[in-house]
Design a protein around this ligand. Structure first.
Ligand code: AMP
Length: 219
């Protein structure tokens, strides 16, 4: 199963990916997580990417494409992958198509988590992220068992710098300008599956699992 998860920051891509990975055993490839790891490790890529990320802007295509294509070549992606946060521009979408075509492969589908911008502003400013393992919570809808502490690893829960309200608005504006056109890009190719992501976490998870099950039985 080779899937792309598309949707505004805060639409629920990470949560849906977690569920689908558990169901299908595909590798979860999050460009945001890979970039945050590069920043934390102080690699060349991390140093170059940090300023763009802190400002809520996109990291340049060439850097992100090289990083993701390398990740997709890893063994655990052979059984399939769920791309989360990539592609975000048409240049990236075309580079992904080309990289897959080199291995006679193509995408099985693109799950578009459709959500209102106002809803994601509320979600992202309520989001807390584990400083150690990156697991995501929400102070309203997805609370940890103990406030401020990660259920999975007992790490400290923080507000990601780019989840600050000012940066959230910038990320949504950037999405509308640079990423939204991918909905048409994939719809034109017959790959887009729309999932209503304005509802509860459980409803979005179930709708995503049902959509992918439909794909699996069709394919
Ligand atoms: P995310 O966790 O997917 O919301 O990504 C966090 C930040 O990483 C974004 O606001 C961008 O600065 C950067 N980023 C992640 N994925 C990409 C991508 N595909 N292209 C460019 N920048 C990206």
């Amino acid at each position: 199963m080779r899937l792309v998860l598309l949707g505004l920051p805060g639409a629920g891509k990470g949560t849906v990916a977690e569920t689908l990975v558990a169901t299908y055993g595909a590798a979860h490839v999050s460009s945001g997580d890979l970039l945050r790891a590069a920043v934390a490790d102080g690699t060349d890529l991390g140093v170059k990417a940090k300023a763009f990320m802190d400002a809520g802007d996109l990291v340049p295509d060439d850097l992100v494409v090289a990083m993701v294509v390398e990740r997709l070549a890893a063994d655990d992606c052979r059984a399939g992958f769920l791309l989360d946060g990539f592609p975000r521009t048409e240049v990236q979408a075309e580079a992904l198509d080309a990289a897959l075509a080199e291995h006679d492969a193509s995408l099985d589908g693109v799950l578009y988590l459709a959500v209102d911008a106002e809803v994601v502003i509320g979600r992202l400013t309520a989001r807390r992220t584990c400083a150690d393992c990156g697991r995501v919570y929400n102070v309203v809808t997805l609370k940890p068992a103990v406030e401020g502490v990660c259920d999975a690893c007992s790490g400290r829960l923080i507000v990601r710098p780019d989840d600050e309200p000012e940066t959230v608005r910038q990320r949504i504006e950037v999405y509308g300008r640079q990423t939204m056109s991918l909905v048409t890009y994939y719809d034109d190719r017959g790959l887009l599956i729309r999932v209503d992501a304005d509802t509860t976490v459980d409803a979005v998870r179930s709708a995503a699992v049902a959509a992918v099950a439909g794909l699996a039985s069709a394919g």
